[in-house]
Design a protein around this ligand. Structure first.
Ligand code: APR
Length: 237
């Protein structure tokens, strides 16, 4: 069966997206062989609680780069197709590892952000939230004097409990679970496809390169851009 056939047959479809969902918007992913961010940078030195504490300048420069890049990019057709499919009742929710906010910007309403959001920064002392543009005007401190850090989950931090609870429930109840653009190397997000599978869901993995969980999938679509795969399926719906 094709993606569109599985989608039509399913009464409860959940989508899990990773950084590969946003590369066609111009945002680099993390582990693509040539262009992934972690091919040339050390995540521990940049996107971790350790970096926040002991490599503050590198940490700030890295997130200034990511926030600036984010502001220059926007959702692509694939994000809009997912939003339209939600509107038509074809998908229930999107669980995302991405922090770009592109699903919401494209109109998706039920979005579960497992790794937080780069749209805002928040005070490490009083938790006050600000637009992340603050980093682009070198504003790094809250009015209370606390340091402003991006509202993303850093390596070494726990995921937001409410997002985890919603994502686990969605995966357990899914009839069809579609992964779009994730290497599935980061836990606990990479447990979700197996939870869905264990609860009787069909699993589709759409990813340019092989992933850790391909052997569990009912359908693997590799070496194709997500935007093209979604546009083709949308034509068939
Ligand atoms: N179409 C299809 N697949 C794509 C495309 C595309 N246009 N672009 C990239 N990919 C694939 C790559 O082949 C890669 O395997 O998307 C995958 C993205 O994997 P990662 O870069 O590992 O991103 P992700 O799985 O989201 O990483 C999880 O790691 O660094 C942390 O917090 C960060 O949320 C991130 C987490």
């Amino acid at each position: 069966m094709s993606l569109s056939e599985w989608l039509r047959a399913s009464k409860r479809t959940v989508v899990l997206t990773g950084a590969g969902m946003s590369t066609e918007s111009g945002l680099p992913d993390f582990r693509s062989a040539k262009t992934g961010l972690w091919q040339h940078k050390n995540p521990e030195r940049l996107a971790s609680t350790h970096a926040l504490q002991y490599h503050r300048d590198d940490f700030i420069a890295f997130y200034q780069y990511r926030i600036r890049t984010l502001r220059e990019c926007e959702p692509h057709t694939g994000h809009h197709i997912l939003a339209r499919w939600e509107e038509r009742g074809l998908i229930d929710s999107v669980i995302t590892q991405n922090v770009d906010g592109f699903h919401q910007q494209a109109g998706s309403r039920h979005v579960i952000e497992l790794h937080g959001s780069l749209r805002t920064v928040r005070c490490a002392r009083c938790d006050q939230s600000y637009e992340s543009d603050a980093y682009l005007t070198d504003t790094f401190y809250c009015s209370c004097g606390g340091f402003l850090r991006p509202s993303v989950v850093l390596f070494g931090e726990a995921l937001p409990a409410d997002a985890v609870e919603q994502a686990w429930r969605a995966a357990q109840q899914a009839e069809l679970f579609i992964v779009l653009g994730s290497s599935l190397q980061v836990s606990p997000a990479n447990q979700l496809p197996l939870i869905a599978k264990r609860n009787g869901a069909k699993l589709i993995i759409v990813n340019m390169e092989p992933t850790e969980l391909d052997e569990w999938a009912d359908l693997v679509i590799q070496n194709r851009k997500i935007g093209d795969v979604l546009a083709e399926a949308d034509q068939e719906m």
